[in-house]
Design a protein around this ligand. Structure first.
Ligand SMILES: C[S@@+](CC[C@H](N)C(=O)[O-])C[C@H]1O[C@@H](n2cnc3c(N)ncnc32)[C@H](O)[C@@H]1O
Length: 525
C-alpha cells in the first residue's frame, strides 16, 4: 500500500504513547437548568488539547465509541478566524517544537498539519468500537493527505466512502477556475466486515413519487427500470404490448426478468404498459413493498442536510450574535450520527468548536427518546463560553416568540484537563486521587474500565487472575507473608503491585504470585 511521507513523520508515528496521561477534573454538571458540583452526567465537554484529552479517555472508553465526527482545521492558511486555521496556533507551535525538535522550523504547513493529525487519529482509532465509524470533514487543502494517513491508521480496507457535501448555497462567480461548493466527509470503519450503515428514512417528498394511475388495490407505486446490462442472452426476447406493438430491450441490455417470470407478473397486474397499453413495459414498485429506508448516496445536498449559511444562521439564533465563524449544520451531523449510531451509542467529537455535535445528539434523543451520549473536546478558552453555553441553551430552549425552540432536556459535565499521573514520567503524582491511579493500572493490565472493589487494595479479577494494588501515599508498602494473609480473593494467579517484595521465590511460584514494583512496573500507554 502506498504510504505518505513528510518531515517529522518518524517523530510523531508513536508519539501518542509518550503523551502524558492526565486526569479529567470535573468542574460542574449542568442539569435541570442549573450548574452543580460533581460529575453526574454521562455527557462530557472537556476543555483541553485533544491529544491529551483523548488519552485521558482511553481507560474508560477504548473500543466503546460507536460514532466519531471530527471537523479539524482545514489548513487553508486563512488567519482571520476565531481560531487559527493554519496550524500556527501558539500551542501547536510549541508542541511541534517539543515533539519534532529543530526540524520543526523547516516544516511546511502540510507537514505541520500531518504531524498534528497523525497521533490524534491514532488515539481516535483506539477509541472507536469494532462496529463503529469515524467521519471527518475536510476540503481539498488536505483531503488527499488525510486519505493516505487514514489508510495507514485505519487500514485501506476499512475505507467506507468519501461523501461530497454541498456546503455552499451561493456560487462564488469571482473564482478564477471553479467555484468550489462542496466539502468532503471521509468515512472509515474500525472493521468494515462488521460495520453496518443504517438506511435513511424515506421522506414525504420521496413518497410522493409513488402514484396510482390504474387504481391498483395494493396502493401507490412507481415504474421501475425493465432492463439490465450487460445483456444476458436468455433474457433478450420479444414482448408484445396490449396494443400489439412488439418491443425488445435496448441494445446491449436484457430484460429484468425471464420470459416466464414476466408472464407471471403480467397475470398479477404488476407490469405497466402505460395508460395507452403501448409503452415499453415497466415493473410496478409498490410503496408498501419497498424497504423502510433508503441506502444513502455519497452526494449530500444542502436541501437535505443544510449549508454553511444555515449553520451560521442557527448559531446566531442561539446567541443573538456571530460568535463562531465555522459551525457545521446540525442536520449534517444528525445524518452522520443516524447512519452509524444506535439509540444508546456514545458519540465523540474532538474538534468541537461551537458544539454542533452535542446539539445533534440532543435533537436526535428528543426526537426518538434515545439515550445517545456525547463527548466533546475543545482546546480554546471558549470551550465553556461558546461550546458549553450553546449546549446549555439547546438543553433549556432558546429564541423568542414564534422563533422559540423548545429545549431538548439533557445534561453534561464540564471538565478541565488535570494533573499528570506521573511526575517527569517516573514517580506517581501523589496529588492524583487514588481511584484515578487504580483506574489507570487496571486498564493497563486488562484494557477494561475500572469498578471500585470492596476488598482493600483489590483492583479486580479477570481470567482467574486477581490484581492487587498495594499502595499508600505516605508509606512504603511491602509484599510479605503477613500481607499475603490479608488477601481475601481466591484466584489461580495473583498480580500484586507494591513498593517492595520480601517473599521467597519458591513461595511465589507455589501460589502463582507475580510481584510488580510501584512505579517502575506500571505500564505507560
Ligand atoms: C472547524 S472548527 C469545528 C467546528 C464545529 N464542527 C462546529 O460545528 O462548530 C475546529 C475546532 O477545533 C478546535 N481545535 C483545533 N485544534 C484542537 C486541538 N488540538 N484540541 C482541541 N480542539 C482543537 C478549534 O479550536 C476549533 O474550535
Amino acid at each position: 500500500m502506498p504510504t505518505l511521507n513528510w518531515i517529522g513523520k518518524e517523530k510523531v508515528i508513536n508519539h501518542h504513547q509518550d503523551v502524558p496521561y492526565k486526569i479529567l477534573e470535573p468542574q460542574y454538571t449542568f442539569s435541570n437548568g442549573k450548574e452543580s458540583k460533581g460529575a453526574t452526567s454521562e455527557n462530557k465537554i472537556i476543555h483541553g488539547d485533544n491529544l491529551e484529552a483523548l488519552k485521558s479517555l482511553l481507560p474508560e472508553y477504548e473500543g466503546k465509541i460507536k460514532c466519531i465526527y471530527i471537523d479539524p482545521p482545514y489548513n487553508t492558511g486563512n488567519e482571520g478566524w476565531v481560531y487559527n486555521d493554519n496550524v500556527s496556533h501558539p500551542k501547536l507551535k510549541k508542541w511541534l517544537g517539543q515533539v519534532v525538535g529543530k526540524e520543526s522550523e523547516d516544516l511546511s504547513r502540510h507537514d505541520k498539519w500531518l504531524c498534528m493529525m497523525y497521533p490524534r487519529l491514532k488515539l481516535l482509532h483506539k477509541l472507536l468500537a469494532d462496529d463503529g465509524a469515524i467521519f471527518i470533514s475536510i476540503d481539498d487543502n488536505e483531503q488527499a493527505n488525510l486519505k493516505l494517513i487514514c489508510d495507514e491508521i485505519f487500514g485501506g480496507r476499512n475505507f467506507v466512502t468519501s461523501i461530497a457535501w454541498q456546503r455552499a448555497y451561493a456560487p462564488v462567480s469571482l473564482n478564477k477556475y471553479f467555484s468550489t461548493n462542496h466539502d468532503f466527509v471521509l468515512c472509515y470503519s474500525k472493521k468494515k466486515d462488521i460495520y453496518r450503515v443504517k438506511k435513511l428514512k424515506r421522506t414525504e417528498k420521496q413518497n410522493k413519487d409513488y402514484k396510482n394511475p390504474d387504481k391498483d388495490p395494493r396502493g401507490n407505486w412507481k415504474a421501475g427500470n425493465p432492463s439490465v446490462g450487460p445483456a444476458v442472452e436468455k433474457n433478450v426476447y420479444k414482448v408484445k404490448c396490449p396494443s400489439g406493438r412488439i418491443v425488445l430491450p435496448p441494445k446491449g441490455r436484457s430484460w429484468l426478468y425471464s420470459e416466464e417470470k414476466l408472464n407471471e407478473l403480467i397475470d398479477d397486474n404488476r407490469i405497466w404498459f402505460g395508460k395507452d397499453g403501448n409503452s415499453i413495459w415497466a415493473p410496478k414498485l409498490f410503496l408498501s413493498e419497498v424497504s423502510d429506508g433508503i441506502t444513502p448516496l455519497t452526494t449530500w445536498l444542502y436541501s437535505e442536510v443544510g449549508h454553511t449559511q444555515d449553520a451560521k444562521k442557527d448559531l446566531k439564533q442561539i446567541f443573538n450574535d456571530d460568535l463562531f465563524a465555522t459551525p457545521k449544520p446540525v442536520k449534517l451531523i444528525e445524518r452522520i450520527i443516524s447512519l452509524t449510531a444506535d439509540k444508546n451509542s456514545i458519540i465523540l467529537d474532538s474538534f468541537a468548536g461551537s458544539g454542533t455535535t452535542a446539539h445533534a445528539v440532543l435533537n436526535l434523543n428528543k426526537e426518538d427518546g434515545g439515550n445517545r451520549k456525547f463527548i466533546l473536546i475543545e482546546m480554546e478558552d471558549y470551550a465553556n463560553t461558546i461550546t458549553g453555553e450553546r449546549v446549555k441553551r439547546v438543553i433549556n430552549g432558546y429564541g423568542e416568540g414564534s422563533k422559540a425552540i423548545e429545549g431538548t432536556g439533557g445534561d453534561f459535565t464540564y471538565y478541565e484537563l488535570g494533573e499528570a499521573l506521573f511526575k517527569d514520567d517516573k514517580m506517581l503524582n501523589e496529588d492524583v486521587p487514588l481511584t484515578k491511579i487504580q483506574e489507570y493500572v487496571w486498564y493497563t493490565e486488562t484494557k477494561e474500565a475500572f469498578n471500585a472493589q470492596e476488598e482493600n487494595y483489590l483492583l479486580g479479577t479477570k481470567h482467574d487472575t486477581a490484581y492487587y494494588f498495594y499502595y499508600e501515599k505516605d508509606r512504603l508498602t511491602t509484599l510479605d507473608e503477613s500481607y499475603l494473609r490479608t488477601l481475601k480473593t481466591k484466584a489461580q494467579q495473583y498480580i500484586i503491585y507494591a513498593d517492595l517484595c520480601l517473599l521467597d521465590q519458591k513461595l511465589m511460584d507455589k501460589y502463582h504470585i507475580v510481584f510488580k514494583k510501584i512505579p517502575r512496573d506500571i505500564t505507560r500507554f
